[in-house]
Design a protein around this ligand. Structure first.
Ligand code: ZN
Ligand code: ZN
Length: 253
């Protein structure tokens, strides 16, 4: 088994990262944008997808390969997770979506992600400018997929086959996949979020998932819980494990 070189031994990755920062983001040619990532974030704009590059080990011509470590932030819960993909995996997934589009009714949803310019295949794929273009291309493409997944997961939308296919590829954590929505109990307005000690307001539940209820029944502001979950996946009050998240959403608010 060949030893993989560490990232430090490969200055081309560092160079690729810095080239990527100077590149513009690819844009979709469709006009009816699904306004990625601002969908349910309640107005706060946050980068939903960021990408690092590293060396993966495994079977390849060179004995190692460049992998793209994609960190995604759930627009509903603001929880983040990281998935590592090779170029070939992203390309193959895009091809699968192209086939789904050809099959019919998902066409409209997929259109925007599929009209984004996709980074090309190269024989000499380890050139920094090739990697840089892939970083930018994947940020946009995966960002659209995440927005699409979120759209599918919002209350009132039909969770079709596409939801599962996207969840698999994006490796959406199970507690986010299983997230459900319900109207807040009338008693919620008498409670405080125990993390920030502020009372829950009507505006907090006017966006899907602005207030999150955990398996144990305790409720928190999404942003307060996000910071907490960076430390531990347990309830801040009772320390029970977070296995299920319910988004509180009052359509009338
Ligand atoms: Zn709070
Ligand atoms: Zn609890």
């Amino acid at each position: 088994m060949q030893k993989s070189p560490s990232t430090d031994e490969l200055p081309f990755l560092v160079l690729a990262k810095s080239i990527a920062q100077s590149l513009p983001s690819p844009r979709s040619s469709t006009t009816d944008a699904i306004s990625p990532l601002s969908v349910a974030s309640g107005g706060t704009s946050m980068p939903a997808v960021s990408i690092e590059v590293s060396i993966g080990s495994g079977h390849s011509f060179f004995g190692y390969f460049v992998q793209y470590d994609i960190t995604l932030v759930c627009p509903l819960t603001h929880r983040s997770w990281t998935v590592s993909k090779r170029y070939s995996e992203v390309l193959a997934f895009r091809q699968r979506l192209v086939e789904l589009r050809a099959a019919g009714d998902l066409a409209h949803h997929l259109e925007e992600a599929l009209t984004l310019p996709f980074p090309k295949k190269y024989i000499d794929a380890e050139k920094p400018h090739v990697i840089a273009a892939r970083i930018k291309g994947f940020e946009a493409f995966v960002g659209h997929l995440l927005a699409l997944y979120t759209e599918c997961a919002l209350p009132g939308s039909a969770r079709g086959a596409l939801t599962g296919i996207l969840a698999d590829f994006l490796q959406v954590p199970s507690d986010i996949q299983d997230m459900t929505f319900e109207a807040p109990a009338a008693s919620l307005c008498h409670d405080d979020c125990t993390i920030c000690i502020d009372a829950f307001e009507v505006e907090d539940v006017a966006v899907p998932g602005g207030v999150l209820k955990l398996s144990c029944g305790h409720c928190f502001h999404r942003d307060c819980l996000h910071d907490w979950c960076a430390q531990a996946m347990t309830c801040p009050v009772c320390r029970g494990p977070i296995t299920r998240i319910t988004g509180l959403y009052d359509r009338m608010a």
